[in-house]
Design a protein around this ligand. Structure first.
Ligand SMILES: *[C@@H]1O[C@H](CO)[C@@H](O)[C@H](O)[C@H]1NC(C)=O
Ligand SMILES: *[C@@H]1O[C@H](CO)[C@@H](O)[C@H](O)[C@H]1NC(C)=O
Ligand SMILES: *[C@@H]1O[C@H](CO)[C@@H](O)[C@H](O)[C@H]1NC(C)=O
Ligand SMILES: *[C@@H]1O[C@H](CO)[C@@H](O)[C@H](O)[C@H]1NC(C)=O
Ligand SMILES: *[C@@H]1O[C@H](CO)[C@@H](O)[C@H](O)[C@H]1NC(C)=O
Ligand SMILES: *[C@@H]1O[C@H](CO)[C@@H](O)[C@H](O)[C@H]1NC(C)=O
Ligand SMILES: *[C@@H]1O[C@H](CO)[C@@H](O)[C@H](O)[C@H]1NC(C)=O
Ligand SMILES: *[C@@H]1O[C@H](CO)[C@@H](O)[C@H](O)[C@H]1NC(C)=O
Length: 423
């Protein structure tokens, strides 16, 4: 074995380079990627030139995001919102709290409406909207999945496509950077994309600037759209985090029911216990719990088990709930992205069978990746003009009828990630 770190790294690179051609299938488009059925091949790394070209304009994958030194647009946007952020200190002992290590000194009266401490979802500070934890329409389930895009999600997305089922996908920016074509598939298939931060850390533990950057660098580069919704990793949100999200035009979406599907395989957690969690939601639906308003359950696109569970229970959920819809559809959010040329169906349209989204999105910028999140966080009504110009490529999955979704596959990959960052 090599005995120096450099030698190890070199050996690793050589092995990687040699291994890649034998297993990897070429893919340069969303369609090519979506056609891969071998899950090992799906998860092989691949190059996507727009990401390669822009990589220097984004934080390191899976590292806590900060505003990059030369990102003038991000710095200006941050300065414009800083006055809106309540004076609440980051929680926990740094940096351990990035992984959920909190110090226990938090005030029992929950002055910050800290979900992780008390489950609070109705802000204590003025002017901040409550978290979305239910859906307004009777017998509706806000259907969606955290932590994607998963490299091996084609079987699951094929299933959703066959069922004409759309969902809200809460994408992690770093996953979008790794798997840009998979992220593009969500948009192409008509799912709604929300941001699940850049690096999936506990948001209440971050500084204001880190929080901002976790949203800013999320998704648009890859998918060409800037989301207007996000979900906090671990549900870890307080009024400071909410305020930053609001200032960046992001609705905060949590949940009421938790499948805990991610924990399968942990000590004492079996597939049967996750089944029981799904069954609890089904029982509640059966006894009329959602007769006047619907709900949201936390589920994941995390691994084979979580996606298999989703498929296993899809039809049953569709029987006990009248409507399984993306959260944006449940809320009649017809303009789900900052970019105006893309629409989600209304709730009424969706339940009458018009499930496909329409529109086009353009990649931000000129393809050089600069100011990827440029306008992103911005209030949808105050468009920054980014995203409106340039290359639109119409693509439609061959089976898609209707107007066809057009997606900018070009330049900007990262935007999808964050503007939740968005991914
Ligand atoms: C990969 O596919 C693209 C277009 O589909 C093609 O231009 C390129 O030459 C292919 N690369 C390899 C290594 O096969
Ligand atoms: C906890 O919060 C309450 C209400 O905001 C405040 O009156 C009290 O002084 C706080 N206690 C501590 C130990 O900070
Ligand atoms: C996706 O799912 C597979 C198992 O199906 C898992 O091995 C992998 O780590 C997951 N994560 C990502 C980012 O694709
Ligand atoms: C309905 O079922 C749920 C889940 O089993 C239970 O928690 C709830 O109390 C039930 N409500 C009624 C009105 O029976
Ligand atoms: C889970 O893995 C099995 C075996 O590799 C595969 O056949 C199946 O399609 C996978 N399920 C999902 C949802 O990806
Ligand atoms: C959605 O729009 C329909 C039709 O206008 C309306 O009946 C329904 O109340 C709306 N739902 C929400 C949550 O706004
Ligand atoms: C999308 O366009 C098709 C064809 O023009 C139309 O029938 C459908 O209602 C549109 N869907 C939405 C959500 O606007
Ligand atoms: C649009 O795409 C074409 C072809 O890929 C490219 O040459 C051109 O530079 C792009 N324009 C912009 C504004 O990105």
């Amino acid at each position: 074995m090599p005995n120096s770190p450099v030698a190890c790294l070199s050996a690793f690179l050589v092995v990687s380079l040699l291994a890649l051609p034998s297993n990897a299938q070429n893919r340069s488009t969303e369609q090519e990627e979506a056609g891969i059925t071998d899950q090992t091949a799906e998860c092989q790394p691949y190059d996507y030139p727009p990401v390669d070209a822009a990589i220097g304009n984004f934080p390191v994958n899976w590292a806590t995001a900060t505003i990059l030194p030369n990102d003038i647009a991000a710095a200006a946007k941050y300065q414009s919102i800083v006055g809106l952020i309540p004076n609440i200190a980051p929680k926990g002992t740094q940096p351990g709290s990035l992984d959920g290590v909190f110090d226990g000194s938090y005030n029992d009266t929950d002055p910050d409406c800290w979900w992780t401490s008390t489950g609070c979802t109705i802000p204590k500070h003025p002017g901040i909207p409550a978290d979305i934890i239910t859906t307004p329409e009777p017998s509706s389930l806000g259907y969606g999945f955290d932590d994607g895009p998963n490299c091996s999600h084609n079987a699951f997305y094929d299933y959703l496509w066959q069922k004409n089922q759309k969902a809200t996908m809460y994408y992690i920016g770093s996953n979008v950077m790794d798997y840009p074509l998979e992220a593009q598939r969500a948009l192409k298939d008509g799912h709604e994309i929300c941001v699940h931060t850049w690096s999936h850390h506990y948001m209440t533990a971050l500084t204001n600037e880190q929080l901002f950057a976790e949203f800013w660098y999320a998704i648009k580069l890859v998918v060409g759209v800037t989301p207007t919704c996000w979900r906090p990793p671990y549900g870890d949100i307080d009024d400071r985090v909410r305020a930053v999200a609001q200032a960046m035009g992001l609705r905060s979406i949590l949940w009421t029911y938790d499948s805990e599907d991610w924990s399968e395989g942990d000590a004492g957690v079996t597939p049967a216990s996750i089944d029981a969690n799904y069954q609890g939601l089904i029982s509640a639906a059966e006894n009329g719990t959602f007769a006047t308003a619907g709900t949201i359950m936390l589920t994941h696109e995390l691994n084979n088990f979580t996606m298999s569970e989703a498929m296993k229970f899809h039809d049953q959920l569709g029987t006990v709930f009248k409507y399984l819809v993306p959260v944006g559809v449940a809320l009649n959010v017809t303009q789900p992205y900052v970019e105006s040329g893309y629409s989600l169906p209304t709730f009424q349209q969706y339940i009458s069978g018009i499930t496909m989204s329409n529109g086009s999105s353009s990649s931000s910028g000129s393809g050089n990746g600069q100011t990827p999140a440029g306008s992103s966080g911005s209030n949808p009504s105050s468009s920054n003009g980014q995203g409106s110009s340039s290359n639109k490529s119409a693509g439609s999955r061959s089976a898609v009828s209707s107007g066809g979704v057009s997606i900018a596959l070009l330049g900007v990959i990262a935007t999808v990630l964050v503007r939740l960052s968005g991914l």
